[in-house]
Design a protein around this ligand. Structure first.
Ligand SMILES: [Zn+2]
Length: 115
């Protein structure tokens, strides 16, 4: 996502995924962060439609796994089924964080608006 204030990418993926991006935890959890280029306070106001495609895709994958995990265990054994399950979960987690990072739409917030 680009910073609406300076029009540069507001955060690298690693910064987005692993830091609070310059705000306290309670603000971070409510979608606030600071642009890494200009330091403007930003707020995630919505997500682009590709994010929702990822969201629906993840639910479909989970639904398919739920439908077929018994046959998978029969075919491939419990251990492999567990490995596949963790791969799916990890894949969905990465997809979500990536999708939130890439397709979030940010708006600039004046510090006075913070409650
Ligand atoms: Zn900026």
């Amino acid at each position: 996502m680009n910073c609406p204030s300076c029009n540069q990418p507001a955060a690298s993926f690693l910064r987005y995924a692993f830091t609070l991006q310059g705000v306290p935890l309670y603000q971070s959890m409510r979608g606030y962060f600071k642009c890494e280029h200009c330091g403007a306070l930003l707020h995630v106001k919505s997500f682009g439609r590709y994010f929702w495609y990822c969201f629906v895709g993840s639910i479909l994958v989970l639904a398919l796994f739920t439908l077929f995990y018994r046959s998978l265990i029969k075919m491939a054994g419990t251990n492999l089924a567990i490995v596949v399950w963790f791969l799916i979960l990890a894949g969905i987690l990465v997809t979500f964080v990536l999708g939130m990072w890439k397709y979030a739409v940010a708006e600039k917030v004046e510090s006075d608006d913070l409650v």
